[in-house]
Write a new protein. Structure first.
Length: 102
């Protein structure tokens, strides 16, 4: 019988959809715990060929008026998101060309 190595907790954030997928696989494979699903996924996955998409990040400083700063903080709290996430949404949604209505 193979000797099992000691296990230790590993905590990380996952989207709810992926947690639901873990539960679905747990039932489908007849496993008892989410840990067993994660261990199976690690054993089966080819990390050698894995190429994570990385968009390099860099900090920038910008000046915002108090109204915009307060609005961002309100929405961050309301949407349970960071100010940085909201800024990325805003910048990604900015049209390529300025519309004539402004």
């Amino acid at each position: 019988m193979a000797k099992r190595s000691a296990s230790a907790p590993l905590t990380f954030d996952l989207p709810i959809s992926l947690i639901a997928k873990i539960e679905s696989h747990r039932r489908r494979y007849g496993l008892k715990t989410a840990s067993e699903v994660v261990r199976l996924a690690i054993d089966e996955f080819d990390f050698e060929d894995c190429k994570p998409a990385r968009d390099p990040h860099r900090q920038v400083s910008v000046r915002l008026g108090s109204n915009q700063r307060a609005m961002l903080k309100r929405y961050a709290k309301k949407k349970n998101a960071s100010v940085g996430e909201l800024l990325r949404f805003a910048l990604d949604g900015l049209p390529a060309k300025k519309s004539k209505s402004r």
